[in-house]
Write a protein that binds this ligand. Structure first.
Ligand SMILES: Cc1cc2nc3c(=O)[nH]c(=O)nc-3n(C[C@H](O)[C@H](O)[C@H](O)COP(=O)(O)OP(=O)(O)OC[C@H]3O[C@@H](n4cnc5c(N)ncnc54)[C@H](O)[C@@H]3O)c2cc1C
Ligand code: SF4
Length: 349
């Protein structure tokens, strides 16, 4: 009997990989450790996505629906793989719930972990209630409650969004650019201005990296919503008991700046999945030296890991956008298919 494909992780990459295989008639088992599918956009309650402008619950929700309803896909939530052995065409995965899933090839779509701003203590998170993260503001918007100061529930009149929190920061061991946070911040600033037209929104940046079509939201935020961009090096975030005060240097005019705000938002980065050491050990795959799952042979076999027959896609490989994670999930599905059903050349490469 033909063995199914095993997909580990039910975020955008895993949903895409599962659907791609199921849609061409293959059997798939999708294992997700949390109680529901959808990955970060659903589990963390994102609001509207860039660049589409669609609500996460609709866009990713529709991906979840078509996977859940697909007769070729068996979904197992609330569990993970604890043991893994075998070779391409004949793998065996033991799940934490005691079940065993025999499979021909596996695709790891285990995603990322949000940077914990506690690791940047000088920027006030965890100390002052009105210092929050982009994830928290996404939740304020998607819940319909709107953007409010956590300390007193008031509508903020001045908001600062600080970019590169937990990214491009060698002092705390995070050298990578998280790729999406400039665009998410420009979108968030626009959403705040649309909801609260009286509120002034400032974005503190080192560089703006709204690549490709994502640049559209950058121009919109400036030209239509009058969001102010300050190129700055931030020294610290303090408080006078009411306002949150951002101190730093405007690096364009080379002068110190100190501005009080009602709310400060950390644009948090995408860390490697905090479980990657364990995942590397269980599946026998190598990690990149920054902690993401290493891709082998980038230009030969899409999504190949260091172990033949085990593939990888999405933010498990590096900070990635949703669109790229979806594309990688589909590409890894094609590689997994070729590995099991093809001539064998792919598995050997
Ligand atoms: C604040 C914020 C806003 C963002 N907004 C956007 C946006 O508007 N547009 C955009 O393109 N990108 C956005 N991103 C990036 C987006 O979150 C990622 O591109 C996307 O989530 C990557 O999808 P993924 O499936 O690779 O990983 P994830 O979404 O992280 O999904 C991984 C899944 O695997 C599961 N998992 C993990 N480990 C295991 C395990 N061992 N066993 C079983 N399951 C496991 C997890 O529970 C999760 O469900 C944003 C990021 C942040 C931080
Ligand atoms: S995308 Fe922008 S905010 Fe995010 S790490 Fe890169 S430069 Fe910094």
């Amino acid at each position: 009997m033909t063995k199914p494909f095993l997909i580990v992780g039910g975020g955008p990459a895993g949903l895409s990989a599962a659907y791609s295989l199921a849609n061409i008639g293959e059997k798939v088992v999708l294992v997700e450790k949390e109680g529901m599918l959808g990955g970060a956009p659903i589990l963390s309650g994102y609001a509207k996505l860039v660049p589409s402008g669609e609500w996460a619950k609709d866009a990713i929700g529709s991906m979840v629906d078509r996977v859940v309803k697909h007769p070729n896909i068996e979904v197992k939530t609330g569990t993970s793989v604890s043991e893994f052995s075998g070779e391409p065409g004949a793998f065996s995965a033991k799940l934490a719930n005691g079940e065993t899933v025999e499979n021909g090839a596996t695709i790891l779509c285990t995603g990322f972990t949000h940077f914990d701003s506690i690791n940047k203590p000088e920027w006030g998170f965890g100390q002052f209630p009105d210092v929050v993260t982009t994830t928290q503001v996404e939740q304020m918007i998607s819940s319909g409650k709107g953007v409010r100061r956590p300390s007193n529930g008031d509508k903020p009149k001045r908001v600062a969004i600080l970019l590169c929190v937990g990214s491009r920061d060698r002092q705390i061991g995070r050298e990578w650019c998280s790729k999406i946070c400039c665009s998410v911040s420009a979108k968030m600033a626009t959403e705040i201005r649309e909801e609260l037209p009286e509120c002034h929104v400032y974005i503190y940046y080192m560089d703006i990296r709204t690549f490709g079509l994502y640049e559209e939201i950058y121009w919109k935020s400036q030209e239509e919503q009058k969001v102010k961009y300050i190129k700055a090096r931030i020294a610290e975030v303090t408080s006078d008991g009411d306002k949150v005060i951002v101190k730093g240097e405007d690096t364009l005019v080379k002068r110190p700046i100190t501005i009080p705000f009602d709310m400060v938002v950390h644009a948090i980065g995408m860390d490697p999945n905090a479980d990657n050491m364990l995942i590397s050990d269980i599946f026998g795959v190598d990690l990149h030296h920054w902690g993401y799952i290493k891709q082998e042979n980038t230009y030969g076999v899409m999504g190949a890991s260091s172990r033949p027959g085990v593939f990888v896609a999405g933010a498990a490989t590096s900070p990635e956008t949703i669109d790229d994670s979806i594309a990688q999930g589909s590409a890894a599905a094609m590689s997994a298919m070729a590995c099991v059903r093809g001539s064998g050349a792919v598995a050997a490469e």
